[in-house]
Design a protein around this ligand. Structure first.
Ligand SMILES: Cc1cc2nc3c(=O)[nH]c(=O)nc-3n(C[C@H](O)[C@H](O)[C@H](O)COP(=O)(O)O)c2cc1C
Length: 311
């Protein structure tokens, strides 16, 4: 076997060219400046910002996180400074990095807020793509947009008219059929789907007989959710044509590869950033190594190439 190939790990997500497929997941990396002394940010494939809303949000009651077996629960509640402060104070730092910046956005009260946010971000050259967070489980809503294919279609097709930037729709795993929702996003003009957001969960301190987080219910992330996420990526890959950004418990190269083989064009590293801020950079080198070791010239040669079980 020839082992001296230089693997090509560049990928395309809509009109977005990434030099490698590894991004950092929304809400786990702040606005990147928080990590500037810890890793070489320029090496990342892309940065996805913490979700921003029209107005600043203080977030949910503490405690907002707790550890669970092989994972964590969070209920941050989209704490963010609002779009105005983001554009003035956070975007200039991100722009200087010279890597794609994906801005995650959400609405607090009405879907029209997405239109307000998209219209403003569309004017910003420093913004490479917009991720529609229609799947945050921590807003105390009875139903999320991403839990209804018709609402997903209406939202995405509405904002599609407002921008030619790459639009990514973030999916919730808290649904009966995630592929039905992904299909609705694709038909409405989304350039890619990102999955999965956190799974709703609860953890109880039996001595206090109280929930471990202030809002009682939170979103579960980390290795505990990886098999669920991999299965959902595989399921969606078999139903849609647009690229998938896979995430959920990616900690290292091996777990990132699971998502790519299941059908993800790119991957996002979330909870791992809290344990090992270098995880995403280690995965980038690990992917190159895996490809060189296995004589794979191009990442697309293994994306979605799942084979039947072998003994
Ligand atoms: C502390 C925390 C905050 C998060 N905040 C956001 C957010 O603002 N917007 C969003 O779309 N997802 C948010 N997420 C979800 C992650 O982006 C990701 O979808 C999820 O955690 C699964 O990936 P992981 O298991 O690698 O963390 C958050 C996750 C965590 C752990």
């Amino acid at each position: 076997m020839v082992k001296n190939i230089k693997p090509d790990i560049s990928v395309n997500i809509g009109n977005l060219d990434l030099k490698n497929p590894v991004m950092v997941a929304s809400g786990t990396f702040g606005y990147a400046e928080e990590f500037k002394g810890l890793i070489d940010l320029k090496k990342l494939g892309a940065i996805v910002t913490k979700t921003i809303t029209v107005k600043p949000r203080p977030g949910n009651l503490p405690p907002r996180t707790c550890e669970t077996p092989s994972g964590m629960l969070n209920s941050i509640g989209l704490e963010n400074p609002g779009i105005g402060v983001f554009i003035r104070e956070k975007l200039p730092f991100l722009k200087k990095l010279g890597i794609p910046v994906i801005v995650s956005i959400a609405a607090e009260d009405s879907p029209e807020e997405f239109s307000v946010l998209v219209s403003q971000l569309d004017k910003m050259a420093a913004v490479s793509a917009i991720e529609l967070n229609i799947s945050c489980p921590n807003l105390q809503k009875d139903k999320l947009i991403s839990q209804d294919p018709e609402e997903t279609f209406a939202l995405v097709s509405g904002v599609r008219k407002l921008t030619s930037k790459c639009l990514i729709t973030k999916m919730s795993p808290n649904v009966t059929s995630i592929s039905e929702i992904a299909l609705a996003a694709q038909e409405a003009g989304s350039n890619a789907v990102a999955l999965i957001n956190t799974l709703t969960g609860m953890s109880i301190d039996i001595y206090k007989r109280a929930p471990r987080i202030g809002s009682w219910v939170g979103g579960l992330s980390g290795p505990a959710i990886r098999p669920v996420a991999v299965k959902m990526v595989w399921e969606v890959y078999n139903k849609i044509k647009i690229p998938i950004i896979g995430m959920g418990g990616i900690m290292d190269t091996e777990s990132a590869m699971e998502f790519i083989i299941a059908g993800a064009t790119a991957v996002s590293v979330g909870t791992a950033n809290f344990l090992n801020p270098k995880a995403s950079l280690e995965i980038i080198s690990g992917l190159r190594q895996y490809m060189a070791d296995n004589n794979i010239a191009n990442l697309s040669n293994i994306t979605g190439r799942l084979q039947a079980c072998k003994d």
